[in-house]
Design a protein around this ligand. Structure first.
Ligand code: VIB
Length: 223
C-alpha cells in the first residue's frame, strides 16, 4: 500500500503550487521583494512561531514512546533557538528589537492559522497534531530546496540566510522525520480517521498560502 504522506502530498498539490507562484515567493526568488513586506512577514512569523512551538510541546506530551518525545523536544528547542534566532537577527538589521518582535500584534490570518493549529492539537490525537503541523515543515523544505537551486539566490544580501536555513539538510531531516512519523501513525487507521487527518493537512496548507498572501498585502485589522 502506498504511504499516507503521498496521499497528503497529492491532495495538497494545487494549494502548494499556488503558494510557489505567489508574488511574495516569486519576488523573493528573484531578489526583488520589497524589504518592508519581508519585515512585516518576520514580525508576524515571530508570533506565529511562539504558538507553533507549542505544537511540538504538545507532540512531546502526546508521544507514545521516549524516542518520539525526545524528537519533539528537539524540534521545540530548534524552533525557539535556531529559527526564531534567525528572525531576531534579521530584525536587528532593521533596528527592530527583540521586545518589539515579541509584541507584534497578530494579524487576522496569523490568528486564524495559529488558533486552528492549537485547536487541532489540543482536541486531537498525536496523528492530528502531526497532520496539522506538517504542511509548515514540509512546504518550507520544498521552498528552501527550490530556492537553493536558483543561480545567485545565495548572493542576495537580505534573503541569503533565510534560504540557507530552510534549504539546509538539517531542516530537511526534521521534515523527513515528521513525514515518516505521519506514515507510522496513519498505519491501520480507518478511512474516516484518515479523511479527518487529510482535512487537517489541507486546511493548514491553505493557511500557509494565506500567510504568504497576508505578508504581501501587509494585512491589518480594519479597525
Ligand atoms: C507560517 C510559517 N510556516 C512555516 C514555517 C517554517 N517552520 C516553522 S517551525 C519549523 C520547524 C522547526 O523550527 C519550520 C520549518 C514558518 N517559519 N512560518
Amino acid at each position: 500500500m502506498s504511504r499516507f504522506s503521498e496521499r497528503l502530498y497529492q491532495a495538497a498539490h494545487d494549494i502548494w503550487a499556488k503558494s510557489h507562484e505567489h508574488p511574495f515567493l516569486t519576488e523573493m526568488r528573484e531578489g526583488t521583494l520589497d524589504p518592508e513586506r519581508f519585515i512585516y512577514y518576520l514580525k508576524q512569523d515571530y508570533v506565529y512561531l511562539i504558538d507553533y512551538a507549542k505544537l511540538f510541546a504538545m507532540g512531546s506530551m502526546k508521544a507514545g514512546d521516549l524516542e518520539t518525545m525526545v524528537k519533539f523536544a528537539e524540534l521545540l528547542h530548534s524552533t525557539l533557538h535556531v529559527e526564531m534566532e534567525l528572525h531576531r537577527q534579521y530584525a536587528g538589521r532593521f533596528g527592530v528589537t527583540r521586545e518589539e518582535l515579541e509584541q507584534t500584534r497578530p494579524a487576522p490570518t496569523t490568528v486564524a492559522y495559529t488558533k486552528y493549529l492549537l485547536d487541532a492539537a489540543s482536541q486531537g490525537s498525536l496523528a492530528e497534531v502531526v497532520a496539522a503541523l506538517l504542511p509548515c515543515m514540509w512546504s518550507y523544505r520544498e521552498i528552501g530546496v527550490e530556492f537553493m537551486k536558483i543561480p545567485g539566490a545565495l548572493e542576495h544580501p537580505l534573503y541569503r540566510e533565510w534560504i540557507l536555513m530552510y534549504g539546509s539538510d538539517e531542516f530537511g531531516a526534521l521534515a523527513d522525520w515528521c513525514i515518516s512519523l505521519m506514515d507510522r501513525l496513519a498505519e491501520g487507521l480507518p478511512e474516516r480517521e484518515l479523511a479527518q487527518l487529510e482535512e487537517r493537512f489541507l486546511v493548514a496548507s491553505r493557511l500557509e498560502y494565506l500567510f504568504w498572501d497576508m505578508a504581501y498585502r501587509q494585512e491589518e485589522w480594519p479597525v
